[in-house]
Design a protein around this ligand. Structure first.
Ligand SMILES: N[C@@H](CCC(=O)N[C@@H](CS)C(=O)NCC(=O)O)C(=O)O
Length: 284
C-alpha cells in the first residue's frame, strides 16, 4: 500500500503504522498528504489487539497507533503519537503556518485533543437508544462492537511477557479510565454535551471569521484564514467521526450551526479529506 505526495522535505523513507478507520491515524495521514510527504503504510488492526503484540509494544510502549518510522536501521527514527508525528513533520515541511497564526492554531489543536473522540465512539456504539436515533455506519458499529476485550488481552499479555509489564500496565490504566468515562448513560451524555459545547465554539469562531456576514462563507476560508492548517486537519477528523457515528445531521444542518455546516460542506470538496477521512466500502 502506498500514497503519493510531492516531496519528502529531505526525510528518508516514511512508514506509518496505522489503520484506515483510526481517528488519530486519519489526522496523521491527512497531514502527510496535505504537507506532501510520500509514505507507505503498515496496517495494524488495533480493534483486534494487534497493538498489544510484543513486537509492536517494543516499537511503541503506549500500545497505540499511529507510529511513524523514518528511514531504516541503523539510521532509523521512530515517532509515536499523532501530535508528535505532525510536529516532527512540520520541521521538514516546505511551508509552515505563518508565525502570526501559529499560537492560535496550536491552541485550537490542544482544544481539539481534549475532545474524547475515542470514548464517544465506543459509548455511542454501545448505547442502543442513540443507535436508534442515528443513521449509524453499520460496518463501523459492527467492527467497534466486536473489538477484543482489551482488559483481558492486556492481562494475558502481562502474564506471557513480564518484561513488558510496565508498558502493559500503563495502557491498562488508560483503558480502564476510558471505560470509566462511558460506564453509565449519564456519563456518555456528559461527553456528548461536551462535544456540543465544542461544536458551538467552532461555529462561533467560523461565524466571527465571516466578519458578521450573515451568509456562510463560500470561498476557501478555513479556521485561521486561507491556509488549511493543522487546526483544520484535526477538526476535519473530529467532524468526520461525528458524521461516521451518524450524528452529523443532529449537530449541524441548514438551520443549526450553519457556519459549521458550511465548513463541513467545503471540507467534503477537499480530495485529501475524502481520501483519508471518509468511509469507503473497505473502511474498517
Ligand atoms: N494520544 C495518542 C492516541 C492514539 C490512540 O488512542 N490510538 C488508538 C487507535 S485510534 C489505539 O491504537 N488504540 C489501541 C487500544 O486502545 O487498544 C495519539 O494522539 O496518537
Amino acid at each position: 500500500m502506498g500514497e503519493n505526495g510531492n516531496h519528502n522535505g529531505g526525510l528518508p523513507f516514511l512508514t506509518l503504522y496505522n489503520r484506515r478507520v483510526s481517528y488519530y491515524c486519519q489526522m496523521v495521514r491527512l497531514a502527510m498528504v496535505e504537507k506532501g510527504f510520500p509514505f507507505q503504510t503498515i496496517d495494524v488492526d488495533y480493534l483486534q489487539g494487534q497493538t498489544y503484540e510484543p513486537d509492536f509494544v517494543r516499537l511503541n510502549p503506549a500500545c497505540e497507533i499511529p507510529v511513524l518510522k523514518v528511514g531504516s536501521p541503523p539510521e532509523e527514527t521512530v515517532i509515536c503519537g499523532s501530535q508528535e508525528i505532525i510536529d516532527y513533520l512540520d520541521r521538514f515541511a516546505h511551508r509552515g503556518t505563518d508565525a502570526e497564526a501559529r499560537p492560535a492554531v496550536d491552541a485550537f489543536r490542544r482544544r481539539c485533543m481534549t475532545v474524547p473522540v475515542s470514548e464517544i465512539s465506543l459509548g455511542v456504539t454501545r448505547d442502543a437508544h442513540l443507535l436508534e436515533l442515528a443513521d449509524f455506519s453499520q460496518m463501523f458499529r459492527t467492527r467497534l462492537a466486536s473489538r477484543v476485550n482489551r482488559v483481558s488481552v492486556i492481562n494475558e499479555k502481562i502474564a506471557a511477557h513480564p518484561e513488558l509489564r510496565e508498558a502493559y500496565q500503563q495502557k491498562l490504566a488508560r483503558v480502564l479510565h476510558s471505560e470509566d468515562q462511558i460506564s453509565t448513560p449519564a456519563r456518555l451524555r456528559g461527553l456528548l454535551d461536551g462535544l456540543v459545547l465544542f461544536l458551538d465554539e467552532v461555529d462561533l469562531l467560523l461565524r466571527n471569521n465571516s466578519n458578521g456576514n450573515p451568509l456562510p462563507q463560500q470561498g476557501e476560508s478555513w479556521l485561521f484564514g486561507a491556509e488549511f492548517t493543522n487546526a483544520d486537519m484535526i477538526l476535519a477528523c473530529i467532524l468526520a467521526r461525528v458524521d461516521l457515528l451518524g450524528l452529523a445531521g443532529k449537530y449541524w444542518d441548514e438551520t443549526e450551526r450553519i457556519f459549521l455546516a458550511d465548513y463541513y460542506r467545503r471540507l467534503k470538496k477537499r480530495p485529501s479529506f475524502m481520501q483519508q477521512c471518509v468511509p469507503h466500502s473497505s473502511f474498517a
